[in-house]
Design a binder for this molecule. Structure first.
Ligand code: EPZ
Length: 415
């Protein structure tokens, strides 16, 4: 089992290049199943999750190859619309193949994704939406079997603007007969880029970037190429590490995707320099305590909630963090407490009392973003921290210890 070992307290300085966005490339990889042909996707991060999605595409019949952050996919011979449990259970985003496969083959079998580290993550919006489009669904031995002789456009209203359901149903609808309208849909930049990719493939989508997508079905699609947008969550993670100790610059970012985050960081007293595709941050002598509530885009992303809690655990006084997207995404808090953080959780709210110092200790990763919050805390703590189960962090961060090493951190990976 690999560990990441950090000797905290080192001043961070220098520059880091942000990788392509995991949550943009995963649905785009699934979208290549919509039609036969050769696709090339650049600025793809080398992650466990992108490798898992490549495996899944290979299982259904695609040919994928990855080199120097470029991914070539040939979906000409896709012939097996089945996504097996042992893959889907390791990565919930495997569920993204549902829409493309039922669109292309009229049938698909996908294992129901289980829960994840922080609790149930249902897919009822995905399934109800597919039924609205005319699919017949069956649940057999943990697999969803969906069949549709023809998908017919429909109006679909989301109770909650689900990122995954928006992506899945947009992909199911692009070749449906007639018009589909997705109301109260997600408008995260990653979904916007998925829609841009679908349009490059010949889809007819209006309202991209808004909370209502109108998808006019087309007869056929063709392959396309795309360069993945920078990962705003990775960028926010590095900015919060910089906020605690040092002056760093993150390159290859789209500052507009991080507005709420950079505004919050300014409220803590950090100095930020925001340019066209980079953001520099300098830590203040002490971090002001700032309350934060997550929200769907353009709100403060839930994927940066754990990292924000780590930052607030070393702030001047008290702060309150509420997650309105997931009500139980706090598995990082017991681990942060082992480093000396003073945090109480009540339902979907964390009450944080800033402490003067965190002290290194052995801690355990539980999910991608919880791991990131432990790294941020460990870098600022005094002494040594050992973080186990680092496979969680490798799912969503490319070469994270190399990137922090480049910023002057004392960090190594021990097999
Ligand atoms: C995507 O997950 C991201 N993953 C998550 O990032 C991110 O936390 C989440 O969106 C919210 O922004 C990918 O893009 C691969 P949702 P997704 O459907 O699509 C409820 C990371 O760390 N819901 O927007 O699964 C759900 O329970 C990962 O990179 C239903 O009730 O999230 C949650 O409370 C973690 N029924 C809320 O909606 C459904 O059918 C938002 O979930 C679907 C969702």
């Amino acid at each position: 089992m690999e560990k990441i070992i950090i000797k905290g307290g080192k001043e961070l300085s220098g520059e880091v290049v942000i990788s392509g966005a995991k949550n943009a490339v995963l649905p785009i990889m699934a979208a290549t199943l919509l039609c036969p042909g050769k696709f090339s996707i650049s600025n793809v991060p080398d992650l466990k999750d992108t490798r898992t999605m490549m495996k899944l595409l290979d299982i259904v019949g695609s040919e994928t190859s990855f080199k120097n952050n470029s991914l070539d996919i040939d979906s000409s011979n896709v012939n097996n619309p089945e996504a097996p449990y042992d893959l889907v259970k390791t990565m919930r985003a495997s569920f993204y193949v549902l829409g493309p496969l039922i669109s292309r083959f009229g049938r698909v079998q996908v294992s129901l994704p289980g829960g994840c580290a922080w609790g149930p993550r249902p897919v009822d919006y995905h399934l109800k939406g597919l039924e609205k489009l005319g699919a017949k669904l069956d649940l057999k031995n943990g697999n969803i079997l969906a069949v549709a002789d023809e998908l017919i456009g429909a109006d679909i209203h989301f109770e909650f603007p689900s990122v995954g359901a928006t992506g899945n149903l947009a992909m199911a609808a692009v070749c449906a007969k007639g018009t589909t309208r997705l109301y109260n849909c997600a408008k995260e930049p990653e979904i916007t880029q998925l829609c841009e990719f679908l349009i490059k493939m010949g889809a007819n989508i209006e309202g991209v970037g808004t909370d209502m997508l109108t998808i006019i079905g087309v007869a056929d699609l063709h392959p396309a190429n795309i360069r993945i947008i920078p990962d705003r969550v990775e960028a926010g993670t590095f900015l919060m590490a910089g906020a605690l100790n040092g002056t760093i610059k993150v390159n290859n970012v789209i500052p507009g995707h991080l507005k709420r985050v950079t505004n919050k960081l300014k409220d803590t007293g950090c100095t930020l320099q925001i340019d066209k595709d980079s953001i520099s941050i300098s830590s203040p002598s002490s971090i002001k305590s700032v309350d934060m509530t997550t929200a769907v885009y353009p709100g403060f992303p839930t994927d940066l909630q754990a990292q924000w809690v780590a930052l607030m655990s070393l702030s001047e006084s008290s702060s309150i963090v509420t997650d309105t997207v997931y009500h139980d995404r706090f598995s990082h808090i017991p681990e942060l407490s082992r480093l000396g953080a003073n945090i109480k959780v009540d339902k979907n709210t964390a009450f944080i009392r800033g402490v003067k110092q965190l002290v290194g200790a052995p801690v355990m990763s539980t999910d991608i973003r919880a791991s990131a919050s432990l790294i941020i805390a460990a870098l600022a703590a005094s002494g040594k921290t050992e973080i186990s189960r680092v496979y969680h962090i490798d799912r969503g961060y490319e070469k994270i210890e190399k990137k922090f090493l480049g910023l002057g951190a004392e960090i190594i990976r021990q097999s």
